[in-house]
Design a protein around this ligand. Structure first.
Ligand code: WQD
Length: 337
């Protein structure tokens, strides 16, 4: 299939591009590179040995989107484009609502205009808020706790209601848990701007000497060691899930919500110890205050993905720690040459 990846130069988008190319799909990327480096495209091409056509556009721009849809004739869309920093969304909510909702509305209007009927949307486990129990299944209540999460939830609603009105439309909403790791080549990986918000890129920058030590946000949670527990999933497993999801979307109608996680929870200290063991590097840390908005535990019941998509995570925590370090040590400044 000929597939549009909006935000395809990002961490998950770039890994998904590689997996799609490996599965003989044609990949077109639309990205405004506001939160991604242009260097990613060359890396994707180097890994896959194939050219990738890129539109350097803002997918909120209806005119440019329409022109791209008209000239390309897509079979499907995977919609990654959007701002994704929880903390920033609390400071600039209107920017998040404007960008993250406008982009989705613009894309589905272009899809309807040009008869593109399959979309996979990059949603997040953050829509569950504070889960009433774990592991989390797709039918459990949602409860967003920040504007970023609300934009994911609202986009799910927009897409679900559009599919209810347009019987030709097929929607798969993928709720990611905690994506980490990097492609085994070390050519693509997570390259956050500024100080990393997320755990694993922060650990990687401590390991490379860019950060002095890790602050562990709280050790008084009701978990096995008091630190926060999350479902870390290798980004390549996540990318494989998108290949299976777009194949599913192309042979079904209506909307499906699917968790993409491993079903296993690891604490902050579990991750630190795994990273140290696998890579032979000491990660100094201090116990700090809890981070506002954090929850104690969040991990998936991934059985629906296995049943519906035939997908299951294959990589373990050692792979995630090894591949993260391989990326970071080969790219100490991310994609900056
Ligand atoms: C994981 C654990 C922290 C940093 C967020 C978004 C979610 C998704 C993934 C986009 C927690 C602890 C972290 C640090 C720490 N993103 N931590 N020190 O918060 O589970 O999820 O990223 O979709 O939407 O909410 O991920 O990596 O920030 O935190 O102790 O310097 O690591 O308290 O327990 P989180 P995270």
């Amino acid at each position: 299939m000929k597939i549009l990846l909006t935000g395809g130069a990002g961490f998950i988008g770039s890994h998904t591009a590689v997996e799609l190319l490996k599965n003989n799909h044609e990949v077109i990327i639309a990205d405004n590179f506001s939160n991604a480096s242009q260097a990613v495209i060359g890396r994707i091409e180097k890994i896959s040995g194939q050219k990738v056509k890129v539109y350097n556009i803002d997918v909120c721009d209806a005119k440019l989107c329409s022109r791209m849809f008209e000239s390309e004739g897509f079979d499907a869309v995977i919609h990654f484009a959007g701002y994704k920093a929880v903390g920033e969304s609390c400071v600039k909510p209107e920017m998040y609502y404007r960008n993250n909702l406008d982009s989705t509305l613009t894309i589905i209007e272009a899809m309807e205009k040009y008869g593109v009927n399959n979309i996979v949307f990059s949603s997040s486990a953050t829509v569950y808020g504070i889960p009433e129990k774990v592991p989390i299944t797709e039918d459990m209540p949602t409860g967003c706790t920040n504007p970023y999460g609300w934009t994911k939830y609202m986009n799910e609603r927009i897409l679900t209601d559009t599919a209810a009105a347009n019987k030709n439309l097929s929607v798969v909403l993928l709720r990611y848990f905690n994506p980490i790791g990097a492609h085994e080549s070390g050519l693509i990986g997570e390259a956050p701007n500024g100080i990393p918000n997320n755990l694993m890129p922060y650990i990687a920058q401590v390991a490379i000497g860019k950060r002095e030590k890790l602050s562990v946000f709280g050790n008084d949670y009701p978990t096995h060691d008091g630190t926060g527990v999350r479902d870390y999933i290798h980004v390549v497993d996540l990318a494989r899930g998108h290949v299976d999801a777009i194949n599913y979307a192309s042979s079904h109608k209506g909307t499906e919500i699917i968790n993409l996680g491993t079903g296993v929870g690891y604490s902050v200290l579990d991750i630190v110890k795994s990273f140290e063991r696998v890579n032979g590097i000491k990660i100094p840390y201090v116990i700090a205050e809890r981070r506002p908005g954090d929850i104690a535990q969040c991990y998936a019941d991934p059985s629906k993905a296995e049943k519906l998509l035939g997908w299951k995570a294959e990589k373990n925590i050692d792979d995630m720690c090894r591949d993260t370090w391989n990326w970071q040590k080969n790219n100490p400044n991310g994609y900056e040459e």
